[in-house]
Unconditional design. Structure first.
Lengths: 150, 678
């Protein structure tokens, strides 16, 4: 167990993110890519993700304002979004994306709308949690910020 | 390999990126796969960043790119600068599959597709387009660790193809060069990849000298460029076409007289081969000639004739071809008169190199079976087909045109048509009956080998496109009659629609015309005619793209594919023709054809989808790989090696050209080779 309280806290936060299903195995892949040459790699990727995906979220929102829905387009946007989200291991967000696409395929506009609202919530929640996590990580120091027990 | 040194490289992994290509290459060669040069293309910046990091961790040298167009130009500028490409499927500026095709055609690099989409049809698309692997996102580093295997495999296949192709010695030379080149600057050689294809003797040497001697920037003889070239040559008249004038006419900035000169050399060779007058011991002439003499017995003669026409694409006076065709056609039930428009000259040209098997094929062309020698005489061609052929022929110049149009054709047999294959396939394949799918594809070879029945099944889509693409070589066109590869002429070959199917997806169009002698008996798919023509019907879907790409790859990529393709196509064509004709073994024929085309067409399938895989420049590999064994056992099936595939191809192409460049429209679906009683 980490003696350093910050590191301990970090570990707890991390575990919780996984246990509650916010993150999946892909996040671990990112963590493993982090090394001395890229000590903040994970944070950088997540930051990039949030910046880029904001654009996609906006596109979808705008598309949902136009009736009738262009499901094909919505599906395409969501496909992109899903790909991005899955690459950082955003599990819940990814699940909502999949659901959204299902609704698109079946032409269920209502379902799309509802699903999208939920997706945005998950998306925002994850962001907050990760921001907090990285903050502690930075404070805890470069070492073992997100390492799984060796 | 210093695999163990991997760890030590950890810290220096970033350094490698800074190294020059040459150094990196050298280093890479020693520590393969360390230093493998990867180009990753993805519009998603998050994924791109992660992939880059993962690849770096694998100690690869990574270049990332967020736009397909940028990636393509990067690749074009530095063909030998990368070993493998990883690309996303869904991108805003260009479809990933399209990029895949381009790369395959022009650079012949292994391409790995990736997507969050794991639906079966998408993955299948990847396969049919020639992707060597398909990764599902999110990608794990483990999946990336082994991508080097694709590089090795491809290289291995290339060599193999090369060996199998006609000119072994050429191949050896090439191989050596390629081998040395290895990662690195495969150099000038690489440019054309002609090494593989070049079978021609003296020209080869010259070419090689041209390309390999100085470190000239590679010129990619894209379809468009080749079309321009062909147009210029036609304008001047093949006899009067001199590099300087051609250059002026083409008016392409950056193109040098030397580039044109060497390209012209190849082209001439190709034509020569087509006309059967090749200096090479193309038995094509013989083969062709004989058929002529022979009664155009429904199948046999036609085949032979076709060959001739093919061979003679350039040389045979149109009249002879016409005669042949007429003869053939007359006899043939006219069904297959699908006068596949001779493939554009271009096609022919592309086939030039492959002088491969085409020869063989040609001999077999004697399919005496009812091959409709449609040498360009679209006698029996169904109007549609003809139209298509013409279309094709015309569009040959436009490579893409045809392809696209054909693409739509459901030509099952498309594969045969392999774009490369100069229309030979097409026309011919269409042999009456089955013209349905007229393997028009084959025809694309410069000589629209109107494989009359053969192409039938060839998904015209593909094939036709090809044909269309075939460079409209005028000379060839005349022969248009020529190539009507009487392939399945009359005979119900249509079935053959290149079902070469066995080799679905002949990806490498490498005309390797590996048609090898084996063709005779079983048309092995070595036909590398069509540059990776996937005979898959699926291709049809891509038609426009497929064809274009395919065609492009095939015929046009003169640098290498085309030649090979052409050769292959021809070869294949012959095969097809033969196949189809001889005994109307449609299937068999198709096989052959496909086989041939396989290489190009990815024959094999009866679906005739010839996917000219992205231009694998190694058509050769296709040929070799075609496992289509032509059952048609008729000896005539496979054109004897004599038949230069190229000739055949050219013939086919020519025919195609003549036939109907616009074949695309052919809906060869109608022709189902199934009708052909084998």
């Amino acid at each position: 167990m980490e003696r350093n309280p910050l590191r301990r806290q970090l570990q707890i936060m991390r575990k919780s993110l996984f246990d509650q299903g916010y993150l999946d195995e892909q996040f671990v892949q990112l963590e493993e890519l982090q090394d001395d040459s890229n000590p903040n790699f994970v944070e950088e990727v997540v930051t990039l993700y949030y910046r880029d995906s904001a654009r996609l979220i906006l596109n979808i929102e705008q598309a949902l304002e136009r009736k009738p829905y262009n499901f094909h387009k919505l599906d395409a946007y969501m496909h992109q979004f899903k790909g991005s989200s899955s690459s950082i291991g955003a599990k819940k967000v990814k699940a909502e994306s999949t659901l959204f696409r299902e609704y698109c395929k079946s032409g269920n506009g209502e379902g799309c709308m509802r699903c999208f609202q939920q997706l945005k919530k998950e998306y925002a929640t994850l962001r907050k949690k990760l921001e907090a996590y990285f903050q502690v990580a930075r404070q805890a120091g470069p070492m073992e910020t997100a390492c799984r027990p060796k | 390999m210093n695999s163990s040194s991997g760890k030590t490289y950890m810290s220096t992994s970033n350094c490698s990126t800074g190294r020059k290509a040459g150094d990196a290459a050298a280093a890479a060669a020693d520590q393969f796969p360390v230093g493998l040069r990867v180009l990753v293309v993805d519009d998603d910046p998050t994924c791109l960043m992660i992939l880059e990091k993962m690849l770096r961790t694998c100690l690869y040298e990574v270049t990332k790119c967020n736009r397909a167009e940028t990636a393509l130009s990067m690749l074009r500028e530095n063909k030998s600068g990368f070993d493998v490409v990883i690309s996303d499927v869904h991108m805003p500026d260009m479809d990933g599959f399209k990029l895949l095709e381009h790369i395959g055609l022009e650079m012949d690099l292994p391409v790995i597709m990736m997507s969050a989409d794991d639906g079966k049809h998408v993955v299948m698309k990847g396969v049919t387009h020639g992707a060597c692997d398909y990764l599902i996102k999110p990608v794990r580093i483990e999946a990336l660790k082994n991508i080097w295997q694709h590089v090795v495999r491809k290289r291995k296949n290339e060599w193999k193809d090369f060996e199998q192709s006609g000119s072994v010695e050429e191949g050896d030379r090439q191989l050596k060069q390629s081998e040395e080149a290895d990662y690195s600057s495969s150099a000038n050689e690489g440019n054309w990849k002609s090494s593989k294809r070049r079978k021609d003797d003296e020209d080869e040497t010259d070419e090689r000298d041209d390309t390999s001697s100085l470190k000239k920037p590679r010129v990619v003889w894209s379809v468009e460029l080749h079309q321009q070239f062909v147009a210029a040559v036609n304008q001047l008249g093949i006899d009067k076409a001199v590099p300087k004038k051609i250059l002026e006419l083409m008016n392409v900035p950056g193109l040098t007289r030397e580039n044109v000169a060497s390209h012209l050399q190849k082209y001439r060779l190709y034509l020569r081969r087509l006309s059967g007058v090749s200096q090479h011991p193309s038995n094509l002439n013989n083969s062709f000639m004989s058929p002529q003499e022979a009664t155009f017995g429904p199948l046999s003669s036609l085949n032979g004739l076709d060959l001739q026409t093919l061979a003679a694409t350039g040389q045979l006076p149109a009249q002879s071809l016409v005669t042949l065709q007429a003869a053939g056609l007359g006899q043939s039930t006219g069904k297959s008169g699908i006068p596949m428009p001779l493939v554009d000259q271009r096609n022919i040209f592309s086939f030039e190199n492959p002088k491969i098997r085409f020869r063989e094929g040609q001999q077999h062309v004697n399919n005496n079976k009812q091959m409709n020698l449609l040498h360009g005489i679209p006698t029996t061609m169904e109007p549609k087909q003809l139209a298509g052929l013409h279309h094709g022929a015309q569009s040959m110049g436009n490579l893409n045109m045809q392809v696209a149009s054909h693409g739509s054709q459901s030509s099952q047999n498309n594969p045969l048509l392999m774009q490369m294959a100069q229309p030979q396939v097409r026309g011919q394949m269409l042999n009456d009956t089955s013209l349905g799918h007229a393997p028009r594809l084959l025809a694309p070879m410069g000589q629209p080998i109107l494989s009359n029945g053969v192409a039938a099944n060839v998904s015209t889509r593909n094939g036709i496109q090809e044909n269309i693409r075939a460079p409209s070589y005028n000379p060839v066109s005349q022969t248009s009659s020529m190539l009507n590869f009487p392939m399945n002429h009359a005979s119900e070959l249509p079935r053959n629609s290149f079902p070469l199917g066995s080799t679905p997806g002949i990806s490498s169009l490498t005309p390797k015309v590996a048609f090898q002698e084996d063709v005779n008996s079983d048309i092995k798919g070595s036909v590398g005619f069509l540059p990776s023509y996937d005979i898959f019907n699926d291709l049809n879907q891509h038609k426009p793209q497929n064809w274009e790409l395919q065609n492009v790859g095939m015929t046009f990529d003169t640098s290498q594919h085309s030649n090979s393709l052409q050769g292959n196509l021809n070869h294949a064509h012959s095969v097809l023709v033969q196949q189809g004709f001889s005994s109307g073994q449609v299937n068999g024929q198709n096989r052959s054809a496909t086989v041939v085309s396989k290489a190009m067409f990815s024959s094999g399938d009866s679906t005739g989808h010839v996917n000219a895989q992205n231009g694998n420049q190694h058509l050769n590999s296709l040929l070799v790989d075609s496992t289509v064994r032509v059952k048609s056992e008729t000896p005539t099936n496979l054109y004897p090696d004599d038949f230069g595939q190229e000739d055949l191809m050219s013939a086919l192409l020519k025919q195609q050209d003549a036939m109907a460049p616009a074949e695309h429209e052919f809906d060869f679906d109608g022709y189902s080779l199934d009708n052909i009683p084998v």
